[in-house]
Ligand binder design. Structure first.
Ligand SMILES: *Cc1c(COP(=O)(O)O)cnc(C)c1O
Length: 395
């Protein structure tokens, strides 16, 4: 079966006597047992069975089963947020005295997590050029326990050579984790490229309606899953059946939403590239975007998120232009039905591979509005920006 079919096809759990097309919402704190022996053996059930609401319900397990099928994983674990998936994976993969390597383009909350939390546990961290490919070289010291990739990178959209990085890391005995949030398992399957942990912020495209927080970690190895499940228990992580049900609903329309967002984003990115204020458009499906050839090699499609690097002269008029947008709300996060815009005064912090760009960066998350309406809105709001160029030249 192909991915869009898998998104809507039930797992093989026992449906019970009542059958509808909906996945039931099984709320629980206490789970009850038919015998004393079953009660006393409940701890063994946390991995694949049911023992307590925090450790899984038939609703969360159905979500995990469907995600595991899409990821090509032995098991998937759902956790309370995308960041919880990053933290859990890192804590389960490295020990005090070891080092974690992150791409310079990593999701921004990772930097304070590494500097203030991991460092306090005796876990060191380092950053590498996201375009380094397998050439991590001297950075792959013997103490490296985990190498992260995020492809494409947050805000700056570099597509990484995941298979080359994974091969280099594994050759040195390090594990490899991928943040696959932009692509979702519909567009890229990290585990098939040598990655040990594939994480996804389900809060974005998979849930898809900007109203639920959740994350997933998928692994090809049952022992690794059991370790993740143990750590999630020690940290008290769990997800509710209600929210699992919302994510399952999102998953059922993921394939059509991704196709539509990609189509509209392609038109908007093409338009942006022709504007005088755009110094560079970063969208992996566009030739010239960093790692475009790797995107063509490894991905089966695009998504609705792209960034524009603006000339410095556009900075003074930018807030007015963005606030004039009617259809794009100003906000972080992304992947919902409504279009969003995020504005950075300059490029994000880089400590390994400096970005030469100095101007503002605008990231668009394209939603499900009609693409002609979105183009018209951008044109009316950003139309005045070009005049900043002539006033700067003449002034
Ligand atoms: C949003 C995001 C996260 C964090 O997910 P939350 O569910 O918001 O915690 C992690 N990685 C990437 C790439 C993201 O965009």
């Amino acid at each position: 079966m192909r991915d869009p079919t898998l998104c809507v096809t039930p797992g093989d759990g026992d449906p019970g006597p009542f059958q509808s097309l909906a996945v039931p919402v099984h709320r629980a704190s206490t789970v009850v047992f038919p015998t004393v022996a079953a009660y006393q053996g409940r701890r063994d059930e946390i991995y694949d069975g049911f023992s307590y609401g925090l450790y899984g319900t038939p609703t969360s397990r159905e979500l995990e089963t469907r995600l595991a099928r899409l990821e090509g994983a032995a098991r998937t674990l759902v956790v309370p947020s995308g960041f919880a998936a990053i933290a859990l994976t890192t804590l389960a993969a490295v020990a005090p005295g070891q080092r974690v390597l992150f791409p310079d383009s990593i999701y921004d909350t990772v930097r304070p997590f590494a500097a203030h939390f991991l460092a306090g546990l005796g876990i060191a961290s380092g950053y590498y050029d996201p375009m380094a490919g397998g050439g991590l070289g001297e950075q792959l010291t013997d103490d490296v326990g985990l190498v992260w990739v995020e492809s494409p990178g947050s805000m700056t959209m570099e597509v990484q050579n995941v298979s080359a990085i994974a091969a280099a890391a594994r050759a040195r005995g390090a594990k490899v984790a991928a943040d696959n949030t932009w692509a979702t398992p519909l567009r890229f399957k990290p585990l098939a490229h040598g990655v040990d942990f594939s994480i996804c912020a389900l809060s974005k495209y998979v849930a898809g309606h900007s109203d639920v927080m959740m994350g997933s970690v998928s692994v090809g190895d049952v022992d690794l899953y059991r370790r993740l499940k143990d750590y999630s228990r020690y940290l008290g992580y769990g997800v509710s059946a209600d929210e699992s049900s919302l994510v399952l609903r999102g998953l059922e329309t993921l394939a059509v939403r991704m196709d539509r967002a990609e189509q509209s984003a392609t038109r908007l990115a093409d338009w942006a590239a022709q504007q005088p204020w755009a110094a560079e458009v970063r969208f992996p499906p566009r030739p010239g975007s960093p790692g475009h050839d790797l995107w063509k090699r490894d991905f089966t499609g695009g998504a609705g998120l792209f960034s524009v690097f603006l000339h410095e002269w556009a900075r003074p008029g930018l807030a007015t232009a963005v606030e004039a947008l009617q259809l794009f709300a100003i906000g972080a996060s992304w992947g919902g039905t409504r279009s969003l815009v995020a504005v950075l005064d300059g490029p994000p912090l880089r400590t390994a591979a400096p970005l030469l760009h100095k101007g503002p960066v605008v990231r668009f998350s394209v939603g499900l509005e009609d693409a002609d309406d979105l183009l018209a809105d951008l044109a009316q709001a950003f139309g005045g920006l070009a005049s900043g160029e002539s006033s700067e030249r003449h002034g």
